[in-house]
Write a protein that binds this ligand. Structure first.
Ligand code: MEV
Length: 323
């Protein structure tokens, strides 16, 4: 039996603009994870089980867009495996789906890692390889993903990312001071593919306005990178709030996200913004110890459905990954 895992993620700076070549910064949510368990199947076939979704099917019966089936097929292709053995693959996840926290990418990365190890292909498992395979799956579900989500869940480190041909520019980096973040769920589910598609339609109609917004997001991400590496927590917060204003201009925020950002700031958060594709999903608020309880209480009174807390630490603070 082989078990492996991958984390959720938050986008700290630059979502959407990153699709258009601007820099962005993301960080793993290491305590909220997806898991994959691979076993030999005593019966013929490859059984794909997702207990959270009440799903238990054979690969041979799966739709072509089935999330787990697509991962198995991708790995088979990438590793050039003629015939797979009989297997049972069980997937579970603590990451809420369709909420901007990278659940699809984490599930794909966990299955890729567990399956590769189980098949004796662990030597393939560099973070870069896992990220590349996960990207192929993201393309099926999200249309034109930038590649930042698969990168951060595979590297499991804060990353500065620029979409680039033929290879993306990926710089894992360490923050200088711990960053305490509250991740508050609006309870509204949204499809990354739809929101990214809608931004594209708006960009096609008014590319000059949108390019200006995207460039401002890129400038914020670059300044934020310096602030993160210098440990200037106040500036990081301010830049988050500025980034949220630009996301509002792209029309990817919505009233509940705006309300949660407002109450977090009023309760003393250093900065707040939506995180991920928007139109629902989660917002993040940067807090200090002094204001954490007040901000959390304010978010709950404004009807946040769930609040996760996470600390981005100056060093890598997570268990080693399989491989
Ligand atoms: C989603 O986590 C981030 C977006 O920028 C889409 C992408 O980068 O592929 C909205």
């Amino acid at each position: 039996m082989t078990i492996d895992t991958a984390p959720g993620k938050i986008i700290l700076f630059g979502e959407h603009a990153v699709v258009y070549g601007q820099p962005a910064i993301a960080a793993p949510l290491s305590h909220v994870r997806a898991y994959a368990v691979v076993k030999n199947n005593p019966n013929p076939g490859i059984r794909l089980i997702a207990p959270d979704l009440g799903s238990d099917i054979l690969l041979s019966d799966a739709d072509t867009d089935d999330a787990i089936a697509a991962v198995v097929t991708q790995l088979q292709k990438a590793a050039n495996i003629q015939e797979l053995p009989d297997l049972t693959i069980t997937v579970s996840s603590q990451i809420p789906i369709a909420s901007g926290l990278g659940s699809g990418a984490a599930i794909a990365a966990a299955v890729i890692r567990a399956l590769a190890v189980h098949l004796g292909l662990g030597y393939l498992l560099t973070d870069e390889w896992v990220s590349d395979q996960t990207y192929e799956i993201e393309k099926i579900h999200h249309g034109t993903p930038s590649g930042i989500d698969n990168t951060v869940v595979a590297y499991e480190r804060p990353v500065y990312f620029v979409r680039h041909q033929p290879r993306n520019h990926i710089e894992p980096f360490a923050v200088a001071k711990p960053l305490r973040l509250l991740v508050a769920d609006t309870g509204i589910r949204s499809s990354t593919k739809d929101v990214v598609g809608d931004v594209r339609r708006q960009w096609e109609l008014d590319s000059s306005t949108f390019n200006t917004i995207f460039e401002s997001c890129g400038r914020i991400a670059n300044t934020a990178r310096q602030a993160l590496e210098a440990g200037d927590v106040a500036q990081i917060g301010q830049l988050m709030t500025e980034n949220h204003a630009l996301l509002q201009k792209m029309s990817v925020s919505e009233p509940k996200l705006d309300r949660l950002v407002e109450v977090a700031l009023a309760a003393g958060a250093l900065g707040a913004k939506l995180s991920g594709a928007g139109r629902g999903g989660n917002m993040i608020a940067l807090v200090t110890d002094d204001v954490e309880t007040a901000v959390s209480t304010a978010l709950l009174s404004a009807n946040a459905k769930n609040i996760l807390t996470t600390t981005i630490l100056p060093t890598k603070n997570f268990p080693p990954q399989g491989g």
